[in-house]
Design a protein around this ligand. Structure first.
Ligand code: GH3
Ligand code: MG
Ligand code: MG
Ligand code: MG
Length: 306
């Protein structure tokens, strides 16, 4: 765990009485927390929108909007639901305590409180919040790694198939068109044989950059295997898919690549498959794209076949 640095945590103090706010801020200041405050529930809700506190010390009994209501509102909004809330109250009513926890509070302290105890609780909650944040970040990093092809940085086969299947499901449900392109670099073995595997890798990365330039934001692109790629074209009928495919084919064939001082021209063959409503899963579409690709190869490569 990272060393504890109180100044990195922003604590929002909420009370309807400004003297109480002042006292709490002075206490938090002795440790070095970053602090901000709101007088009353309404101001608290506005404050949370503009700052992102790591913890809220929330007074329970306040006129207009009381603490329980503030808590309920914050917990029902995805953007603020994760902010831990510690209630501070003069109420000895056990009902209040139970309600506070039911509304999603992490802690409940009655006034008058003991300063060291309050500070110990605050520290526990901000540290827990930090651990939670680190876990979320680690999960995101792992998901990204699990989805990404190491050589090219685009989606790997698993992620690509997942996306394609989702798109297939959407078409199945709404009857919207969609197409797949399967792109395979022609005679790629020759590149590896002549320039070596690391240069082959470089050529694959180059092809990826060229394909990317020919796609729209909504199109999805992944590495299916070696020098084979699949482009998913959502909401696109055959005419549009053929245009995209032709643009990609032309871009690859017309731009020279430099390998070991040689100017190399690569070409690619592209098979196109459209969603017809007859396939059971996207695998059927991929098989048809592969068949078209095979025909493009058989007919002399550097061409698009649907
Ligand atoms: P064609 O597709 O036109 O029929 O011929 P090809 O030479 O491209 O045929 P094939 O698909 O059989 O060969 C692809 C080659 O790509 C074989 C493999 O060594 C190479 N390859 C696959 N993955 C990688 C990679 O990650 N890096 C490099 N450098 N080469 C790779
Ligand atoms: Mg009050
Ligand atoms: Mg090939
Ligand atoms: Mg291949």
């Amino acid at each position: 765990m990272k060393p504890f640095k109180p100044e990195e945590f922003l604590i929002l103090v909420v009370d309807d009485i400004s003297k109480n706010v002042q006292l709490l801020i002075e206490i938090l200041d002795t440790v070095g927390y970053a602090t901000t405050f709101a007088i009353g529930g309404k101001q608290a809700l506005e404050r949370v929108k503009s700052v992102k506190p790591d913890l809220i010390l929330l007074d329970l009994m306040m006129p207009e909007i009381n603490g329980l209501e503030v808590c309920k509102i914050l917990k029902s909004d995805e953007a603020t639901a994760n902010i831990p809330i510690l209630f501070l109250t003069a109420s000895n009513d056990k009902e209040h305590l139970i309600k506070a926890f039911e509304q999603g509070a992490v802690d409940y302290v009655t006034k008058p409180f003991k300063v060291p105890e309050l500070l110990a609780r605050v520290k526990t909650h901000v540290e827990l919040k930090q651990v939670q944040k680190q876990l979320q970040e680690a999960c995101q990093t792992m998901k990204k790694l699990a989805d990404t092809d190491e050589l090219t940085g685009i989606a790997n086969r698993r992620c690509l198939l997942e996306f394609a299947q989702r798109e297939f499901q959407r078409s199945l449900r709404y009857g919207t068109p969609f197409c797949l392109l399967m792109i395979d670099v022609d005679h790629f073995k020759n590149i590896n044989d002549k320039y070596g595997h690391p240069n082959g890798d470089k050529a694959i990365q180059w092809v990826v950059e060229i394909i990317k330039l020919g796609l729209r934001e909504v199109d999805f692109f992944g590495r299916f295997g070696g020098e084979e790629f699949i482009v998913v074209l959502p909401q696109t009928a055959l005419g549009g898919a053929l245009e995209v495919a032709e643009r990609i084919r032309e871009a690859i064939a017309s731009q020279p690549l430099t390998l070991e001082q040689d100017t190399v021209t690569l070409t690619a063959s592209i098979g196109v498959a459209t969603y017809t409503g007859e396939d059971k899963t996207v695998v059927g579409m991929i098989q048809r794209a592969d068949k078209s690709l095979y025909q493009a190869k058989a007919k002399g490569r550097n061409q698009v076949i649907a």
